[in-house]
Design a protein around this ligand. Structure first.
Ligand code: XBP
Ligand code: MG
Length: 266
């Protein structure tokens, strides 16, 4: 494999956005006079279902909250209002990019790699986050974006990573995914891609057994990552050079269940 692209997840990976999502859901529920409150423990459970609309439907089905059946008919409306509320919060600032994200994007571009995103959230949310954190349009920062509204099956299905690969014009074995969740890892593996995991607050105890490497964040020169599992034991930052070395032996195929054995740890 020759590494040609890096594809980033957004929520939890580029930034710790899930608290802003959770608060936006709760504020919107209150605005609709719904006696629904998603605390952190419940939200952690609900995050297993990717996509905000899907998450609301799942909550109604599993928790049978007051006015659930009424709201089932209005999920799109409720979710649209939540998304607008979320974007307002993001535009106010206060949700920074995680360590090493800006650095790795810049280093990847300087090394001639393409950079994309594959996310279950919708395009305007990504645009708001990138504008608020990098001060530039997302379309200038990324060579391609694959967002939730473009596919019928969200993560852990492979569709979003496959779409990002197609838009970037690279093969599944020429790109690496950067993810924070088990669902995201499965999505990448099912698309035939290797993945590096930087767990986020809500995903840190998930199972990342099949990842190439698990590190606390991407690392900065003055803020090295903490190695958790896999490759990268002796490194301090995820760089394009390291990613190219770690993915050299990658022989993954779309829909594969296990990564290939026998990759050397550098
Ligand atoms: C993130 C999600 C998203 C957000 C909410 O998953 O599951 O649904 O929580 O976003 P990933 P929307 O990081 O794996 O893409 O409400 O806009 O769907
Ligand atoms: Mg994520």
């Amino acid at each position: 494999m020759t590494l040609k692209a890096i594809i980033f997840d957004v929520d939890g990976t580029l930034a710790e956005t899930e608290e802003a999502h959770r608060i936006a859901f709760n504020e919107e529920f209150a605005a609709w006079d719904l006696p629904w409150e998603w605390d952190s423990a419940l939200y952690k459970e609900l995050l297993k279902v990717t996509g905000g609309r899907e998450r609301i439907r799942h909550y109604i089905a599993e928790h049978n909250p007051p006015r659930g059946q009424e709201m089932l008919q209005r999920v799109d409306e409720l979710h649209k209002a939540k998304s607008e509320r979320y974007m307002r919060k993001i535009r106010e600032g206060g949700v920074p990019l995680r360590p090493g994200v800006k650095r790795l994007i810049e280093e990847a571009k300087a090394a001639g790699l393409k950079v994309g995103v594959a996310t279950t959230t919708s395009t305007p949310n990504v645009e708001a986050l990138i504008e608020a954190t990098l001060g530039r349009p997302a379309a200038e920062v990324f060579d391609a974006m694959a967002c939730g509204e473009e596919v019928s099956a969200k993560k852990p299905a492979p569709d979003l990573f496959t779409l990002a690969l197609n838009k970037l014009g690279v093969a599944h074995n020429e790109a690496v995914a950067i993810e924070d969740s088990r669902n995201g890892l499965l999505s990448a593996l099912r698309a035939g891609m290797p993945a590096i995991i930087t767990p986020s607050g809500y995903t840190e105890d998930e199972n990342f057994t099949d990842a190439l490497a698990v590190v606390s964040h991407l690392g900065e020169p003055d803020n090295p990552y903490r190695h958790i599992a896999g490759f990268g034991f002796s490194a301090q930052m995820i760089t394009p050079g390291l990613l190219a070395r770690w993915t050299e032996g990658w022989g993954g195929r779309p829909t594969m269940k296990e990564p290939p054995a026998g990759l050397k740890v550098h």
